[in-house]
Design a protein around this ligand. Structure first.
Ligand SMILES: Nc1ncnc2c1ncn2[C@@H]1O[C@H](COP(=O)(O)OP(=O)(O)O)[C@@H](O)[C@H]1O
Ligand SMILES: [Mg+2]
Length: 247
């Protein structure tokens, strides 16, 4: 069974159809990259998976359970996490404090101050392990406002990991990054636990082909092709419509 199964998904904004006939099966641990021209409906698709945008019709199954209709917070509890560009960071707190608060919030402890020492230790050790996972070990005590842009985006991935998701959604995680920062993000995604399923939108073809197990090409809200990187590269329609064109 697929971890994430999308069946005949449809969504429009008035007369503008942004998702139609979308069927996708994404397996456990797969790195699935969604590509397509601007306006193809990539972000709308991710928003429907994350619960931020309600589909018009169709089903989205996580481990066989339809999550359509769940509020974003419920989707997160069900096991699908995503990054939010910077909105979630506390700029005046340290990196490790940001992670600790995220782990604490996701474990249902809210921001309570008085916890048994044992659970605080567990929270702290989980925060430390995420710190290493997102390659910020050397920056744990720095204030977030002092981090580079690339480091802040690494931390956003860390916050998404705090809820121990099954599926991680990333919307153009390398956008606005320098080549060195982009290389760092590739490295980070590569080193995520192999059982974590990653669905990411990406426009940088180097990043796409560095990370993807499978690629889906969206075009006018529809799936033009889904396949391995080799299959996508060899697909004539994809070459004509997307890879051959300049974007
Ligand atoms: N909330 C909205 N209301 C109306 N139109 C929208 C809304 N969100 C996105 N769109 C439109 O839907 C189309 C697909 O957008 P989007 O999913 O962001 O594409 P992509 O991420 O592939 O660039 C675009 O034409 C965009 O302008
Ligand atoms: Mg987009």
């Amino acid at each position: 069974m697929s971890t994430l199964q999308i069946e005949d998904l449809y969504r429009s904004f008035g007369s503008l159809v942004v998702t139609q006939h979308v069927n996708l099966s994404i397996g456990a641990g797969e790195r699935h990259v969604i590509i397509g021209p601007n306006g193809a409906g990539k972000t709308s698709l991710i928003n429907q998976i994350g619960g931020q945008l309600r589909p018009g019709s169709g089903r989205i199954l996580l481990d066989g359970v339809n999550i359509i209709g769940q509020a974003p917070e419920q989707v997160l509890r069900s096991g699908i996490a995503r990054t939010f560009q910077k909105n979630n960071l506390f700029f005046n707190l340290s990196v490790i404090e940001n992670l600790r608060l995220a782990v604490q919030a996701r474990r249902g402890n809210g921001l309570q101050c008085f916890r048994p020492a044992r659970s605080l230790t567990a929270i702290m050790s989980r925060a430390e392990s995420i710190l290493a996972q997102v390659k910020l070990d050397a920056n744990g005590s720095r204030a977030v406002r002092e981090l580079s842009y690339g480091e802040q985006r690494q931390l956003e991935v860390g916050l998404a990991l705090a809820g121990d998701p099954k599926v991680l959604l990333l919307d153009e995680p390398t956008s606005g990054m320098s080549p060195a920062e982009t290389a760092g993000m590739i490295e980070l995604v590569r080193s995520l636990p192999r059982e974590l399923t990653v669905v990411m939108i990406e426009h940088d073809m180097h990043v796409v082909f560095s990370l993807a197990d499978r690629i889906t090409v969206l075009y006018y809200g529809e799936v033009l092709a889904t396949g391995t990187p080799q299959e996508i590269q060899d697909n004539e329609r994809v070459r004509e419509i997307y890879l051959g064109a300049r974007h």
